[in-house]
Each structure stands twice: as C-alpha cells, then as structure tokens.
Design a protein around this ligand. Sequence first.
Ligand code: 3PG
Length: 307
Amino acid sequence: MNKILVATDKPFAASAVNGIKKITEEAGYEFRLLEKYTSKAQLLEAVADVEALIIRSDVVDAEVLDAAKNLKIVVRAGAGYDNIDLASATAHGVVAMNTPGQNSNAVAELALGMMVYMARGAFNGASGTELRGKTIGIHAYGNVGRYVAAIAKGFGMTVYGFDPFVSADVMKADGVIPVATVEELYTKCQYVSLHIPANDKTKKSIGKALLSLMPKGATLVNTARKEVIDEEGLMEVFAERPDFKYLSDIEPGCKEAVIANYAGRFFFTPKKMGAQTSEANNNAGLAAANQIVAFFKDGVTTFQVNK
Ligand code: 3PG
C-alpha cells in the first residue's frame, strides 16, 4: 500500500488536510501527516518509508531524498518549486510536480491588500492616497500576475505587463498594456508587482538599476520570493528616495535596517502568507493529492517540473 505523507511546516487549513486524507484513503493509500515540525530530523524520519510526499515551502534537498528510500513522487502544493532540489530528485528517480494556479488568487489578493494598507498609511487615520488612476506593472504575467492585473483593473489602475514568455496579444486581451522591456515597465509604473520565480537567472535581479527608474511615489510589491531582490541595491534606493516604499510577503534579510531607518515606508508579513487561505489550501492540497493518485494509477505526469 502506498503511503502518502503531508509534511508542512506551515500547516494547511484543516479542511484541506481532511480533503487530502479522503482522496488518498479512497484511492487505497495510507495517509500520514507531519505538521509544524521543529527539526529536519523529524522530516528525515517521517519520509523514510513513504512513496509520495506533499509539501509547501518545505525544503526537499539531497539529504531528504536520500532518506526517502521509497519515494516516487513529491508534489509542491503551490507554484514555486525553488525549495526542491530538482537535479537531486531526478538523480533519485523521483518525479517532482507543482500545482500551478491553485493558490494564485490568494497571493494576488494579498498583493492588492498590502497596497491599499500602505496607500492609506497603515490605516492610521491620516489622509492617504488611492489606487485609482495609478499605474501598476506586472513583472511576469503568469497565474498570480493575471489575478493581480484583473483586481488592479477593478481598482481603476492602468495595468502594464512585462513577460518575455507571454505574447502581447494575451495581455491585450486582458486589457493589460504590454511593454517590450523590463526597463520600460519600471519607468512607467508607480507600483510594480513581482511575480518572477527564484532561479539562477532571477536571484538578486531586482535592484537599484531598475528601482531607480520608477516614477515618484514608487512602491515595489513582492509576493514572489525575497531572493529575487538585490537587498544592497534596495537599501540604497531606500536611502536615496524618500518617496520609495517596499511591501514584501516575508521579511527580507535587511529587515532590521529598514525598520530602524524607514518607518512608514514598508510592510513585511512575519511569515510568508500569500497562499495562507483555506480556499488556496484546499485548491492546492487537493490538486496535489489528485495528481499523486493519477500518477500512481495511470502514470500521469502533467505538471512534472523535473522532466
Ligand atoms: C507558492 O509558491 O505557491 C507560494 O509562495 C506559497 O507558498 P506556501 O505554500 O509556502 O505558502
């Protein structure tokens, strides 16, 4: 009997856990749960004899894959899979998948929520600004970027998009103005919302050169990964531009310096929480369970990311 482990440092909503359990048990598998673990040793022990693993931002590296002797498939219930060592998974004969799109709306709502919060001075009662009529640039027009664009349009913002992998026609059909270069995006937009993945090409790619192009009153919104920011450049922009604000779903490495020096110009969630809604947990968790069942029963490898 296949054993399916849900290993989530940051737990899913109970309804999602129950749904995953139901799907896996109805398929004839054994369901196991490891939540809020406090050491890697607990994870290494829990994976020892399971055939399938569902994770969130939990790190699956060579050590975990070495320990998981029977593992055939790991599904990251979410979009970004930078927490999985893909080369090692392939070397171990383990299929790695994600569940693209399933938690995107939750992340997008957080992006716009942080923007409203900052535009209204953290709801401190003083006079703030509105989003209507402002420009926003969607940096990477994937699943989350599309939701952000749609909600921003609802706010009456003018939406620009940059994504070398998405055709201009797709953006135009959504009422988004495509731009040809990333520099043009930052030059035109008072708000930029980041939706690029974290990989060797994108890490530290957002720094002073791009942020300095943004018009007065610039706000960078990061619900992607903190690793894509060049924090040295970010700190220089904070120092040189009193109008610049930074909103991030997770605290950056430079948080102490920002807190000490730039009050009122930032907001950081204490823990990554873009996808922390029961809806997103249900969508991504159940999709992960269904993908595992389809993989074992029919060999379906849709959404495999280490092909
Ligand atoms: C994702 O990549 O799907 C999001 O960053 C959500 O990550 P989480 O599952 O750790 O909340």
